[in-house]
Design a protein around this ligand. Structure first.
Ligand SMILES: [Zn+2]
Length: 178
C-alpha cells in the first residue's frame, strides 16, 4: 500500500458525534497504527498543540499522542499511548486552564489529579508504565477522556459549558459558509 508518512489529518471540531464515542481497543500494533501515530504527531505539532487523540482525527481507536515540552529549543519528546489506562492518581488536585484542538481558542479551568501513573502499549508493542505530573498529567487525563467520549467541557460548570458550546456551533456555521 502506498502511504505518505507524516501526513497531517483534518481535526474534527466540536460538536461532532464522533467526539462522543467510546473508542475500541487497538490490541496489536500494525503498520496502520504506526502510520496513524506518525500522522497524529505531525498534526499535533503543526496545529500546534500538546496532545491529540485518535477520535479527533475521526479514528475511533484507543490511541493518543502528546508532547508537553513547550520549550521550542528543547528536543521533542513525543509520547504515543496505545490502549492507555490510569493505574493510580494522586489525591492532590491541580487546576489548569485547558484547551483542546477540537475547540479552537476556547479555554476553561479544569481540576484533575496533579499526578497520575499511566500504563499503555507503546509502538514497540511493549507495556510501559510511568508517572506523570504537571502539564503532562493534565494532558494524559484530557486525552484519555477523549477515548471515552469525554471532553474537557464536561468537567466545568453548566454556564461556561453552554457558552463554549454556543461559540463552537457559531464558529462551525461560519466555517461552513466560508
Ligand atoms: Zn482535547
Amino acid at each position: 500500500m502506498a502511504y505518505l508518512p507524516r501526513m497531517t489529518r483534518p481535526i474534527l471540531l466540536f460538536p461532532d458525534p464522533r467526539l462522543r464515542k467510546t473508542c475500541a481497543p487497538v490490541g496489536r500494533i500494525t503498520p496502520e497504527i504506526e502510520a496513524l501515530a506518525a500522522d497524529m504527531l505531525a498534526t499535533m505539532y503543526s496545529a500546534p498543540g500538546v496532545g491529540l487523540a485518535a477520535p479527533q482525527v475521526g479514528v475511533l481507536s484507543r490511541l493518543f499522542v502528546m508532547d508537553c515540552n513547550k520549550d521550542p529549543d528543547a528536543p521533542r519528546e513525543p509520547v504515543v499511548m496505545v490502549d492507555p489506562e490510569v493505574v493510580s492518581a494522586s489525591e492532590v488536585l491541580n487546576a489548569y486552564e485547558e484547551g483542546c484542538l477540537s475547540f479552537p481558542d476556547q479555554y476553561a479551568e479544569v481540576t484533575r489529579p496533579v499526578e497520575v501513573r499511566m500504563r499503555w502499549t507503546g509502538l514497540d508493542g511493549k507495556l510501559h508504565e510511568r508517572d506523570f505530573d504537571g502539564l503532562w498529567a493534565t494532558c494524559a487525563q484530557h486525552e484519555l477522556d477523549h477515548l471515552n467520549g469525554r471532553l474537557f467541557i464536561d468537567h466545568i460548570g453548566p454556564m461556561k459549558r453552554q457558552m463554549i458550546a454556543r461559540r463552537m456551533t457559531k464558529m462551525k456555521r461560519e466555517l461552513a459558509r466560508a
